[in-house]
Design a protein around this ligand. Structure first.
Ligand code: HPA
Length: 245
């Protein structure tokens, strides 16, 4: 049976219902991951869990050691990664509380350690990244969302921005022209690093606010936290359904 890992984003620093068997403090050649890797049982199945921003939540998106996180999960035995990401909605379907299962990504981040293939190489390596997300994993998330009757889109171009500030209206307008449907700060380099070490990877994106300029109101942390609070139960239900299947 495939060993799944869940990477919990903002609002999901812990997974209630996870019966923790072990909490493993790991070291990798790339440093220490955001938190110990939790090994436990969820929905009747062994699963690994890692809080992307640490537990408690303390690492902003540009400070997350994505390489250490992915490496640690691989070392702990993960074969497939379900990543949970809070996003802003750009496409008109992507209202607050809606889910997207992205099928593509555009990387607008900068200055992040974004590859395992940098130093001490025997040969230069270029991974194929035409389709950044695992289609079988995407379909598992889509089936679970449909079974629960939650509002979701089975597509999404995820625009990954550097943060930690939110975007300007002009930036979102440009991203929309580029074809982005949702915007978040943690989708990359995580997806690419997973591909580099052969981990199947898909993203469950929860829209927690309209992106800049998509509503007349300013975006507040209170609004984002409220949407996370309301949506995170659904996230856990979807994850449980995927794991139980
Ligand atoms: N922009 C970038 N990242 C985000 C947003 C946003 O509007 N909402 C949640 N994560």
């Amino acid at each position: 049976m495939t060993t799944y890992a869940i990477i919990g984003g903002t609002g999901l620093t812990q997974l209630e219902g996870l019966q923790i068997h072990r909490s493993v403090e790991m070291e990798t050649p790339y440093g220490v991951p955001s938190a110990p890797v939790l090994v436990g049982e969820y929905a009747g199945r062994e699963v690994l869990f890692l809080a992307r921003h640490g537990h408690p939540h303390r690492l902003p998106p540009h400070k997350v050691n994505y390489r250490a996180n992915l490496w640690a999960l691989k070392q702990a035995g993960a074969e497939a990664v379900l990543a949970v990401n809070a996003v802003g909605g750009i496409h008109e379907a992507m209202g607050t509380g809606h889910f997207s299962v992205p099928h593509q990504v555009i990387d607008y981040t900068s200055g992040r350690e974004h590859t395992f293939f940098a130093d001490g190489l025997e040969q230069v390596t270029h991974i194929d990244f035409s389709y950044p997300y695992s289609e079988p994993l995407r379909q598992q998330l889509i089936a679970a969302l449909a079974a629960e009757g939650y509002g979701f889109s089975d597509f999404g171009v995820y625009g990954a921005t550097q943060g930690p500030r939110l975007e300007t209206v002009a930036e979102i307008t440009r991203m929309e022209r580029d074809g982005c449907d949702v915007v978040g700060m943690t989708g990359m380099p995580e997806a690419a690093l997973a591909r580099e070490i052969d981990l199947a990877y898909a993203c469950l994106a929860l829209v927690v606010n309209p992106a800049a300029g998509k509503s007349s109101a300013v975006i507040t942390m209170a609004e984002i936290e409220q949407a996370l609070h309301e949506g995170i139960g659904k996230v856990k239900t979807v994850l449980a359904r995927v794991l139980a299947a």
